[in-house]
Design a binder for this molecule. Structure first.
Ligand code: SF4
Length: 372
């Protein structure tokens, strides 16, 4: 639904229904916000749960097919609360999903669905959506003005050459863009907002998964695995063979917890050596509490392009141990029993390097500088 002009009381509701990720969208529930437990368990929310799962699973199959998500929306104003609840439930599912790929694909699909609406919206509505997402877009006639810093943050992941800063009209510290280009930038703002998982405690995440284990198994089947780079000596990427230290680093980020600088460096260098694509490595950091797309891209590029694309050497076991990152004794909070137990392979005296662990289990990695 297109929204024209400054939001009035009526259009405020329409605005929130069209963009349910905006702060305050819970107003669509008319003051009857259910608790997470109720949403998970009560029969009254069965339809919202079904729609929520449909949203998430459609996004896994094809995150670019935004019309599949649009088709799940009810056009009836009286059912806006249902659309919002299904959106909320979908957010819970992807926050509790065991792999980061699920939330990434869902965030892409929902942002593309929003883009269809943003393209039809007035510059004033675009500016209002941006303001609520903390970006400083301002309407100027039929165009938009954006502070340079915000422009750079939003345009960094967009590959089309026409979005490069050097190709933009700059005026008094602001980039001036058409409404269509502003809508595309906002699509990126939506994707960024939705790619940040809801902060669930481990117990709550477990409760969400326990509510529908067979659905989560289906989600895992339908979410593509990490993507490998074409060509080269490494790959295919086999996460099930990763050493405990790397598995723990990934889980830490997926749970939205902080990972030390040394851990972040090791993860990127390791993933690169086992053949993960650039985008897969960037995705691994999306759950970080301080995730910043442009900074992450810059750092991953720095780590992976060194030495003609060989990338930095991942740290060996002794170095990881000195940083408190070795997990051979197991991770008490690990999602799988195999992660919680000590791994005997890590106690073999000849094991010196996480890549060596991966290769011993049958994975293929690009050669290290010195064979451990
Ligand atoms: S022994 Fe090495 S491979 Fe195993 S968890 Fe520790 S650092 Fe990782």
């Amino acid at each position: 639904m297109a929204i024209r002009g400054a939001p009035t009381r009526l259009s405020e509701e329409a605005l929130l229904a069209d963009y349910p990720f905006l702060p305050g969208a819970e107003a669509l529930l008319g003051g009857e916000t259910p608790s997470v437990r109720s949403l998970l368990e009560q029969a009254a929310y069965e339809r919202a749960r079904e729609l929520g799962w449909a949203r998430v699973l459609a996004a896994q199959d094809d995150p670019t097919a935004s019309e599949r998500l649009e088709a799940l929306e009810s056009p009836l104003p009286g059912e806006r609360y249902l659309s919002y609840l299904s959106f909320l439930f979908a957010r819970l599912i992807v926050a509790a999903a065991p792999t980061a790929g699920a939330i990434r694909r869902w965030a892409v699909a929902e942002s593309k669905r929003s883009y269809q609406r943003l393209q039809r919206a007035s510059p004033e509505t675009l500016a209002e959506v941006a303001r609520r997402l903390d970006f400083g877009l301002e309407a100027e006639g039929d165009r938009l003005r954006i502070p340079v810093a915000d422009y750079v943050r939003l345009a960094a992941p967009i590959r089309e050459a026409e979005f490069r800063l050097v190709a933009q009209e700059l005026r008094a510290g602001r980039v001036v863009v058409t409404a269509k280009r502003g809508a595309r930038l906002l699509e990126e703002a939506v994707r960024r907002a939705l790619a940040v998982p809801l902060p669930l405690t481990p117990e709550l995440a477990q409760a969400v998964r326990a509510q529908a284990p067979e659905r989560f198994a289906e989600l895992a089947r339908r979410t593509p695995s990490p993507v490998g780079r074409a060509g080269g000596l490494a790959g295919p990427v086999r996460p099930e063979l990763f050493p405990p230290c790397v598995r723990k680093m990934r889980r830490t980020l997926e749970r939205g917890e902080n990972l030390s600088h040394a851990g972040r460096f090791c993860l990127a260098a390791f993933l690169h050596r086992v053949g993960a694509s650039f985008e897969t490595i960037v995705d691994a950091y999306r759950g970080a509490p301080d995730f910043d797309e442009s900074v992450t891209r810059y750092q991953v590029e720095h780590i992976t392009t060194r030495d003609g694309g060989r990338g930095y050497e991942p740290p060996n076991c002794d170095t990881l141990r000195s940083h408190g990152l070795c997990a051979r004794d197991g991770d008490p909070d690990g999602a799988e029993p195999s992660d919680r137990a000590a791994d005997p392979r890590c106690f073999e005296a000849s094991l010196r390097h996480p890549l060596q662990y991966y290769e011993r289990r049958g994975g293929r990695a690009a050669p290290r500088e010195t064979s451990a």
